[in-house]
Design a protein. Structure first.
Length: 203
């Protein structure tokens, strides 16, 4: 499988990665995690969510949905959503553009999680969700590598010459895996879309 081929070199080269570079990457990620943690307060978010739910319960039901049963409504929305997913490549046709692939990654991830969460609509989806999982794994890998590359470039701008050399080696190793993953995306997307179309014919 494409994702297995890409993951294999990680084990083989793990010990070759420069220790200093690994430390700098870990520190950069840790600093970013701390920044996000400081900006997010669980109690504040919980209070906001509770306030929103209380407000929402007091709102009248929109006339268009007032007499709808839940299951037909879910099926209607899922059909619209699946059509939107199938047309993503018309909006984002360039699989070499990381920013466009990131948008696709977020949309297909949400779709897969919803499909797995709601048993009312999760029927005959086995093959489709397996194909989607492979696609999601590849897109997630490419996103992580894109972030890692940006971090390395940022660190390299203020590093010593020897560390810059190590970073160049690191980026060289990673670029081979990225190229292989990016080349697999069109085929994985086509496989998923074929299964999505087959599933749509059953609903």
């Amino acid at each position: 499988m494409a994702i297995e081929k890409i993951k294999t070199p990680l084990v083989r080269h793990e010990e070759m990665y420069p220790e200093k570079l690994a430390e700098l990457l870990w520190q950069a990620r840790n600093n970013e995690a701390q920044r996000i943690k400081q900006e997010l307060s669980l109690k504040d978010i919980t209070l906001e969510l509770a306030s929103f739910i209380i407000w929402l319960q007091g709102q009248p039901v929109a006339p268009a949905y007032a007499n709808k049963e839940l299951e037909p409504f879910l099926w209607s929305r899922i059909k619209e959503w699946s059509n939107s997913i199938a047309s993503l490549t018309k909006r984002y046709p360039d699989f070499s553009n990381m920013l466009e692939m990131h948008k696709i990654r977020i949309k297909v991830k949400r779709f897969r999680y919803v499909m797995m969460t709601l048993p009312e609509i999760n029927k005959n989806t086995g093959n489709m969700l397996r194909k989607l999982k492979k696609l999601q794994d590849i897109l997630g890998f490419l996103h992580d590598e894109f972030i890692n590359s940006a971090m390395v470039s940022k660190i390299a701008a203020t590093s010593t010459e020897s560390l810059q050399c190590e970073m160049a080696l690191f980026k060289g190793w990673e670029s081979a895996k990225v190229e292989e993953a990016a080349a697999a995306v069109p085929d994985l997307w086509e496989d998923f879309c074929e299964e999505l179309e087959i599933w749509q014919d059953t609903i």
